[in-house]
Design a protein around this ligand. Structure first.
Ligand code: NAD
Length: 497
């Protein structure tokens, strides 16, 4: 199919893309790296190359960790008063705010996001930066301990150079969630973005330089997971590590950090449930869950992908969902009226389609079969929303698909619903839908996961900790005061009286 002309881009975005092949940023300087290799990042909506970037090697990652370590020791970042660091971080947030339409467009193009969603991610990053910058000013880092016969206190210090590896589904938002507490606490950072979506991280590093952050406080190393990612995770100079991505790679990162005795946060995948009781407003609940599963084409770690529905409303609920999923307009992410854009690449499209095949082969009913979607004039990676139904031992109900595919199963009692929700290796986020708030609280607390939501799915008010258990993550999660404390190491000081 012929590809039609790309939409008119903002002149600043054109200028940024024209600097391709894009360099990474280490110690405040553009770095093309030592491999001499470049890779393309694609526009998932057209399937065509969007920009080229330099691929960094393990040796380049080593330089980045050294630059971050130097900045930690000598730039004054780690020792400046939190309110002074706060000024820097608010200045960076101001710069991001000023460039929000530009970063939003870059992110929309690179990750296949609708413009409004991409700009929402940018705003989320800004708000997270400000949240942690302010928190760090007000939190007491020194606590006096009442101990008989001694003067004693604890003090918290930043760790040093911290490593961050991010996935492609929420590149800019997750950078905000990851690095904001680390920076506010006085650490320096090395960021390895996903090879599918490196652009917004590179743009951020350039902005940080313009905003006057000391060189080396934010370093970005674009490259492959197998080389740059592995080099960062296993670097002995990293003092703390954070990884967001799949459980399989999370294990590798955890192993590497274990060998170096480096504390690590792993934010991994999910297979969340939505438990829908028979006292809900069925059309409204169906709409909210369809919105959630089609948001960013279902490439959302905490999505409700298993819809557990009381059997007395299952028929009505299913019909309401099918009607709404069929009405979702699949289209180019920057085209007016698009309700759902592409998935990120051809591999992801194949993964989604393969799970539909495997699921139906194992006996799931294809209530809405999904499949590849054609978008006139575009060769991008489009799939239709799909709805399967059946028992929870099906592969499509057990494994993370990461696409707009939901799986319906029915239950008859509250206990059965809770047991079904907990019948998974994952433990990221679930929701319960009912007008009985007593039952809502009971079920919410019984579901084994980091997060339970009531009558909503995908809720992220800042200050509420977000993280996973079991195969969905270890290490404390993100987005709350605990996260800030994670980025300080604690020391006790004692003197006999
Ligand atoms: P992925 O694990 O394939 O890749 C994530 C990152 O790891 C990328 O930057 C990649 O280059 C890097 N990487 C790959 N191999 C590596 C290695 N050997 N050593 C070090 N780094 C390596 O994940 P993905 O496909 O980019 O993202 C999808 C996954 O991320 C899903 O499982 C999703 O649920 C999860 N996710 C979780 C959260 C959360 O907050 N829990 C948020 C977003 C995404």
């Amino acid at each position: 199919m012929a590809t039609i002309a790309a939409p008119r881009l903002l002149p600043e975005v054109e200028r940024f893309l024209a600097t391709s092949p894009l360099a990474s940023v280490i110690g405040g300087k553009d770095v093309v790296g030592s491999t001499g290799r470049t890779m393309n990042t694609l526009d998932p909506g057209t399937g065509a190359p969007l920009a080229e970037f330099h691929v960094l090697s393990a040796a380049d990652v080593d330089h980045a960790v050294q630059a971050a370590t130097r900045a930690f020791k000598a730039s004054g970042w780690a020792t400046m008063a939190p309110n002074e660091r706060g000024v820097h971080l608010h200045r960076l947030a101001d710069a991001i705010q000023k460039h929000k339409p530009i970063i939003g467009e870059i992110e929309a193009l690179d990750a296949g996001k609708l413009r409004a969603h991409a700009e929402g991610d940018v705003q989320n990053c800004i708000d997270t930066l400000r949240y942690f910058a302010d928190m760090a000013m007000h939190v007491q880092r020194r606590s006096v301990l009442a101990v008989a016969g001694h003067e004693a206190w604890t003090i918290r210090h930043p760790w040093g150079a911290c490593g961050f590896i991010f996935p492609w589904n929420f590149p800019f938002l997750l950078i905000g969630w990851g690095i904001s507490p680390a920076l506010a606490a006085g650490n320096t950072v090395v960021i390895k973005p996903a090879e599918d979506t490196p652009l917004s991280a590179i743009y951020l590093a350039r902005l940080a330089r313009e905003a006057g952050l000391p060189d080396g406080v934010i370093n970005v190393v674009a490259g492959t997971g197998a080389e740059a990612g592995a080099a960062l995770a296993g670097h002995p100079g990293i003092r703390r590590m954070s990884f967001t991505g799949s459980p399989d790679v999370g294990r590798l990162v955890g192993e590497a950090c274990g060998r170096n005795l480096v504390p690590v946060k792993l934010e991994l995948g999910g297979k969340g449930a939505a438990v829908v009781f028979d006292d809900v407003d069925v059309p409204q609940t169906a709409q909210k869950l369809v919105n959630a599963i089609t948001f960013h084409s279902g490439q959302v770690c905490c999505d409700a992908t298993r819809w557990l529905v009381h059997r007395s409303i299952a028929r009505q609920f299913t019909d309401e969902c099918v009607r709404r999923m069929q009405a979702v307009k699949v289209g180019y992410q920057l085209a007016d009226g698009t309700g759902m854009g592409p998935v990120v690449n051809a591999k992801q499209r194949e993964r989604v389609l393969a799970y539909l095949d495997k699921g139906t082969q194992q006996g799931a009913e294809a209530v809405l079969p999904g499949g590849p979607a054609q978008v006139p004039g575009q060769d991008g990676f489009y799939v239709k929303p799909a709805l399967l139904a059946g028992s929870l031992d099906n592969v499509a109900a057990r494994e993370e698909i990461f696409g707009p595919v939901a799986y319906i199963s029915t239950f008859a009692s509250e206990d059965e619903a809770v047991a079904m929700a907990n019948d998974t290796d994952y433990g990221l986020a679930n929701s319960v839908w009912t007008s009985d708030l007593g039952r809502a609280a009971r079920v919410a607390e019984s579901m084994v996961a980091g997060n339970s939501w009531i009558n909503a799915h995908n809720l992220f008010p800042r200050g509420v900790p977000y993280g996973g258990v079991n195969k969905s993550g270890v290490g404390g999660g993100v987005n709350s005061i605990e996260t800030l404390f994670d980025y300080w190491r604690s020391q006790s000081v004692v003197r006999p009286l």
